[in-house]
Design a protein around this ligand. Structure first.
Ligand code: SAH
Ligand code: SF4
Ligand code: F3S
Length: 502
């Protein structure tokens, strides 16, 4: 806190829940930083809270249902304590706007993702004026491009200006940095371009400045965020264009930084300069998330993904050829409008030949306001969506396990994140393994190729690179033991491109 509250004025308590993607996690972080500057403290107990915020997601119906039922549950609390401020932030706020206030009249604040810099001011206004505050950005077709862009101002610089450390993510050594806002791809099923606004690349200088600040605060791993992060472009005043590969190059030199990642990639924009940067920069994680969505051309066309299956296959070949030891992961939507059993088979085949490290598989969820919802019938029965989801996941899980097996016996370099949240999983696989002894905890981290590694270690190892020899694997986790310097020579501090470590 920069401004400690005076003793007569006890700190206000903030409860915040976040659903959705990494963008939302970062947004919540920035909102928390903003309110901390106003003297708020975080609480994880709803009943203690003066302010309750939900940072929401609209990508699938399920994500919205979760928030609406949470709002229903806290109505009683608001009846008892009317002074409690309740806010709905993020993508669902932008999508549903005053409908949220009609459905949940006890809400005080509805703030779209483009207006989050105003949360603290709006909280105050709702209190002073005694009525709900709505702050949303312009709809994509509600004005000239520049006006719409202006209605999505960035509030990331708040973090740069923040005097207190604001490292975030699952460990204080990891941080997200937004390099791109919005999306211009308009895949027909997707709500993101309408709720997050037009694509805008942030100026490289600001990205580097923010990254330098975070690394100075002890962050070891940066994940650059954009909905189509590899489409990132920034046009400088003199006409020069900076691409994602240029940003990676600029960040790579930051002293103290150990790893650099970026999500999410759009298949058509996976250019050679980017692949070569990942190959040549030792700190770049050898991991790419490039959603395919479907393995059938007819479905991809209805989704307006702009590429064919052949183009996706060619991209995969190029990735594997350029970056030895790379891991690729993907997203799929099953049961999209018009997806036949035959089209689904093609998706299964794509998963089989692509050998993704993992895939996120979603059942198609129609979103009001999208082209798919307007044009196509949601004609795949729920039971078929479920079956296809389960089947595709089983195919992927078998591949993940198969591709993890060769790691047994290999020494990998792990960037340690912190104590493992899945402690106990190993004991299921090996009931004799003891999970804790004095001072020893089950720790987790990732390889450069983004595989999760669990091992017995110490909390103080968080934020360090350690050699770990792998002894067991599951489809999602490698289990191992830290290689001690007396029995094995330690590897070089940073992975070199030639290193066999993956
Ligand atoms: N910008 C990223 C991710 C967007 S949302 C990208 O383009 O890859 C994350 C994932 O949610 C998408 O990749 C897609 O698989 C899924 N998704 C998006 N809209 C959906 C919908 N209407 N129903 C089901 N899944 C959806
Ligand atoms: Fe949605 Fe497509 Fe944009 Fe990803 S690229 S956010 S799936 S519209
Ligand atoms: Fe959801 Fe918004 Fe992210 S809709 S997936 S939180 S951009």
């Amino acid at each position: 806190m920069s401004d400690p509250a005076p003793p007569s004025d006890p700190p206000k308590k903030l409860y915040i829940e976040t659903v959705g993607c990494q963008m939302n996690v970062l947004d919540s972080e920035l909102v928390v930083a903003q309110l901390r500057r106003e003297g708020y403290e975080l609480t994880d107990d709803l009943r203690q809270a003066d302010t309750i915020l939900y940072n929401t997601c609209s990508v699938r119906q399920h994500a919205e249902d979760k928030v609406y039922s949470a709002l229903g549950r806290i109505k009683r609390l608001k009846d008892r304590k009317p002074e409690v401020r309740i806010g709905v932030l993020g993508c669902m706020a932008q999508k549903d706007q005053e409908r949220i206030l009609r459905r949940a009249p006890h809400v005080d604040l509805v703030v779209g993702p483009g207006q989050l810099g105003r949360v603290s001011e709006l909280l105050q206004a709702s209190q002073d004026e005694g009525r709900p505050q709505l702050a949303v950005s312009l709809a994509r077709n509600a004005g000239k491009t520049l006006e719409v862009l202006d209605s999505f101002p960035t509030f990331d610089p708040d973090r740069v200006a923040s005097p207190e450390p604001t490292p975030q993510g699952s460990s204080p050594h990891q941080a997200f940095v937004r390099i791109q806002m919005g999306c211009d791809k308009f895949c027909t099923y997707c709500i993101v371009p309408s709720v997050r606004g037009p694509e805008q690349g942030r100026p490289p200088d600001l990205i580097v400045e923010e990254a330098r600040r975070l690394v100075g605060q002890g962050v070891k791993e940066l994940t650059l965020l954009g909905q189509t992060v590899n489409s990132y472009k920034y046009k400088h005043g003199d006409g020069r264009i900076s691409r994602l590969s240029d940003v990676l190059l600029a960040l790579h030199d930051l002293d103290g930084l150990l790893r650099l990642k970026f999500v999410t990639n759009f298949p058509l924009d996976m250019t050679d300069d980017l692949l070569q940067a990942v190959r040549d920069l030792p700190k770049a994680s050898r991991y790419l998330h490039v959603p395919a969505q479907s393995g059938c051309d007819a479905v991809l066309k209805r989704m307006k993904r702009l590429y064919t299956v052949t183009q996706y296959d060619e991209m995969m070949a190029r990735i594997r050829e350029t970056i030895p030891g790379v891991a690729v992961s993907s997203d799929f939507i099953v049961g999209f409008c018009g997806e036949t059993e035959e089209s689904f088979r093609k998706t299964v085949e794509l998963v089989e030949r692509s050998r993704f490290k993992n895939s996120f598989i979603f059942k198609y969820s129609p979103r009001a306001g999208t082209k798919a919802d307007e044009r196509f019938a949601d004609d795949v029965p729920e039971a078929d969506k479920k079956r296809r989801n389960t089947e595709l996941l089983a195919v992927q899980t078998a591949i993940s396990l198969e591709d993890n097996r060769p790691f047994v016996g290999r020494t990998v370099e792990v960037l340690v994140e912190g104590p493992s949240k899945t402690a106990g999983k190993r004991n299921e696989a090996d009931p004799d393994a003891s999970s804790s002894a004095s001072g020893v905890s089950q720790m987790t981290g990732r390889t450069s190729c983004d595989r999760i590694v669990v091992f017995d270690g110490h909390r103080r190892q968080a934020g360090h690179l350690l050699p770990v020899v792998i002894e067991q694997v599951s489809a999602v986790t490698l289990f191992g033991r830290v290689v001690t310097t007396d029995s094995h020579p330690a590897p070089a501090p940073a992975p070199s491109p030639e290193a066999a470590l993956r």
